[in-house]
Design a protein around this ligand. Structure first.
Ligand code: NAP
Length: 252
């Protein structure tokens, strides 16, 4: 039955939200290409999928590099099968107030999130339109609504929403949906790095954040993976061009 199994690519899947999403999609029955900057890092998630009885391929690629993206998507198609689910999750932060932000801070963040999602989607959509079926899920953020110290990241994450809605318009006639998930505070290395930057112990930082969240807890990678699983499912075929905030409350 392996040849009938749908194939997904999850970028930035060595850890955090991407790893939880890769594991969840594998548990849902998909074969999963676990893509991250270093293949050795991606291997941990891929090994966990295989240990749980799934199919996975670890791939090293920088999503902001066009040649590496083309090679990675070609390799997925050759070794796992044509990818019809794409989760654009790879991300970085380079936080600073505007007056201190460098050109490199801006270019790196826009490059990984926006250019990365563009390159990955352009490469993968050929397989989806050929199959007349596809699911694209892009990681936005509550920061798209504005967040002090994150002009680069907020711009990228707001950009992801416009990118998503346009994909929905262009690819819908080919059976391909595109949606964005916009997480709030999720416990990962990324939020740990933010706590370190503002010099607050991570557990204290989480408690303070939880006080401001209507459901009174911080999010886990699995909270986001669950929503992505829904958007990637067969039954979500009439949901497209949407932004779902996974933030423990309304943030849009
Ligand atoms: P994370 O733990 O920092 O993981 C991000 C992953 O992306 C890392 O494995 C990283 O690899 C990889 N990556 C970075 N640059 C890459 C590139 N150019 N090509 C390929 N992979 C790359 O982050 P996370 O918290 O799970 O966040 C995942 C996504 O959710 C991001 O898009 C983030 O902006 C978004 N998000 C997160 C939160 C949150 O609260 N955590 C909230 C809203 C949105 P390395 O380890 O090698 O750097």
């Amino acid at each position: 039955m392996a040849e009938q199994q749908r194939v997904a690519i999850v970028t930035g899947a060595a850890r955090g939200i991407g790893a939880a999403t890769a594991l969840r999609l594998a548990a849902d029955g998909l074969a999963v290409a676990v893509l991250d900057l270093a293949e050795t890092d991606a291997k941990g998630t891929a090994d966990a999928i295989v240990a749980a009885g799934g199919r996975a391929l670890a791939i090293g690629a920088d999503v902001s590099d066009a040649a590496q993206v083309t090679a990675a998507v070609d390799r997925v198609a050759a070794e796992l099968g044509p990818p019809v689910v794409l989760v654009n999750n790879a991300g970085v932060i380079r936080d600073n107030l505007l007056f201190k932000m460098t050109d490199a801070d801006w270019d790196t963040v826009l490059g990984v999130h926006l250019r990365g999602a563009f390159l990955m989607t352009r490469a993968a959509q050929a397989h989806m339109t050929a199959a007349k079926w596809g699911r694209i899920v892009n990681l936005s953020s509550t920061s798209a609504l504005g967040n002090r110290g994150q002009v680069n990241y907020a711009a990228a994450k707001a950009g992801m929403q416009g990118f998503t809605k346009t994909l929905a318009l262009e690819l819908g006639p080919f059976g391909v949906t595109a949606n964005a998930v916009a997480p709030g505070f999720i416990v990962t290395d990324m939020t740990a790095a933010t706590a370190a930057r503002v010099k607050v112990p991570f557990d204290v930082y989480q408690e303070k954040a939880a006080e401001q969240i209507p459901v009174r807890r911080v999010g886990r990678p699995e909270d986001v993976a669950h929503t992505i699983s829904f958007l990637a499912s067969e039954g979500a075929g009439f949901v497209s061009g949407q932004v779902i905030y996974v933030a423990g409350g309304p943030r849009d």
